[in-house]
Structures are given as C-alpha cells and as structure tokens.
Design a protein around this ligand. Sequence first.
Ligand code: MG
Length: 349
Amino acid sequence: MKITEVKAVYPTYKNIAASWRTHFWQIVVRIETDQGITGLGYGGGGVAAVEVINGHFRELLLGTEINNIQDISKNWDLLYSASIPYGRKGIAVMALSGVDLALWDLLGKAEHCPVYELIGTRNKESVRAYATGTDVEWYAELGFTAHKFPHRWTSEKDVSSAISSARHSRNILGPNALLMIDTYMSWSFDTTLTMSKSLEEFNIYWFEDVVNPDALESQSKLRTLVQPTLIAGGEHEFTEYGYQEIAKAGALDLWQPDITWCGGITTAIRIVEMADALGIPVAPHRGGEVWGLHLIVSSKCDDLAEVLPGVKNGNKDYLWIDEPVPLNGYISPTDAPGFGVTVNEELLP
Ligand SMILES: [Mg+2]
C-alpha cells in the first residue's frame, strides 16, 4: 500500500498542569494510504515535532510503499538520515517515533493482526504492572504489587522525605512488593550513595534517572556502589546509537527506552536485541501504554510495565480509546489489529 497523507497534530489537552510532563508533550501522527487504511502513532516533542513531521518528513513519505517490516525499517533509516543535521536525538527522533509507530499500526491493520504478532512470538500473556505516582493506598486497592514513587532532591532534609515515602509504601504494599524510586535527575553521585545507605532496610529495586543522563561514567561507578539496588535509566536516550554509548560505558543495570521517544518499535527492537546480547534487562518507560506493551509481550523485555494511574478521583485526559487497563496489577494488550486503539477526536484540534 502507498502512503497518501501524513499529518501530525498536538492534541488540545484539557487537564494541563504546570509542567510539560503532564502529557509529556505527546503528539498524534496519522498516516493514510491508497488502501483506505489509516495508521495512528504517538510521538513526543510537542509542536516542534509536529513541524518536523508536517514540514519535512511528510514530503519524504508521500508515495512510499509500506508492505512489510523491512519497508518500515527502510523509512526509519531514510527519516533519520534526512534529519541528521538538526536531529540524531531529541525532538527529531521523538517525531520519527510517532511516524514509526503509525507505520507499525498501519501494517498491523493491513495484515489483520496486532503489532505484537508482527514483532515476534508472544511470550507473555499478561504483564506485571507497576504504578508510578504518589497515591499508594489507591494503588494497593487496585491490586498493584509494584510501585515507583517520585523523589526530587532539593535540600538535605530530603533524605528523611525519601525514607518516609519508602516506609509508607512498604507498609502499605508489604514486604514482597517491588519498590522503585524515580529521582528525575535530581540526585547527585553523592546523594545516591547517601540514599543507598539510608534506604537499605526498604529493599529498593531500582533508583531511576539519578543524575544527568550524559554522566555515563558516574552511573557506571554507582552500579557497584549501590548494589543490590539497580541503577536504571534511558528514557532520555535516543536510537540504538545512543544506547551503544550506554552499553560501552556499562552505565546502567536496567534500560528504560521510551517507545514514543527513542525511535519507535523499529529502534526498540534493535535496543532490546543489544540488551539481550549483554544480559541487561529492559523495562520500557511507560511500558503499560500500548506502544510499549506490544513490544513487551513479544520480546525479551522484562515482565514489567509502567502505568501512571495518577491519584484517586483525579482528572485525566483520555486521548486513546480502548487502551487496556491494568487488572489486579496485571495488564495485557488486546488482539485488535495494529495497536488496537483509536484516537479521541474530541481532543484533536
Ligand atoms: Mg522516569
């Protein structure tokens, strides 16, 4: 089938908080074909990425044949090369991710099969979900047995706030729950060591994004110093070329590519293959969203999917219709063609 139209939009989110991270600046990509099949993708990078797609990628994609995975891969290479002068990482690759996911959705729909079947043999029926956020009582009510809480370092007293969050979570979820901490690059090398000692009794599974993602050597050193806690990260890294640097430095115990940012499914497959060869576990950032979930069930990713339930009775935008929801702490993609979701037109401009 031939691509006849490509259009990216930035949704009109209603429940915007002060931070861009509320919606991670996510964009919607729609690709139409001469067969009447439409592919939908999800990328990052906000209006800048919309401009990259509509102003540059579109003209390169129009008229292109998409009939198999090799065609998608060829397109990935084409768009990556064409955007090298201003791309390689960040917004251009976040835009490319949205296009790549729309093409996988397109191919799944054309072949009447879910994307996970295009990726490989399904090896996980359902995936253990972990809840990221602060409403741990509600997560326990919902049946989660794994929780990641955010911790932002601003002053010395934050050691005690980390301890009280860990204690709270451990008390509610019990001794067997997985507990993780996401510091969003707010700790330092020394803070991470302090935290490792202060939080020892809570058996934290991983510390995520502890320092600047380019500080590969620091993270590599921390891996041995904070054992058995893992040093996790990678949501701010792009393409297999970026991950090759992480691998070379031995920077991380666990890799967390964001499928809607790192380059899409095409890149993610390459990253998971690299990780597998090195014996490194992969747990995609926001892996409970369909874009990551289809990869997790059909690849050697860990049996762990991140979901962001927010807080009980909190307002939320539902951009994707028919997204799977976790049940008793487990989540599973549907067998609908493509990624199995449609977009909520009410949230599109
Ligand atoms: Mg994170």
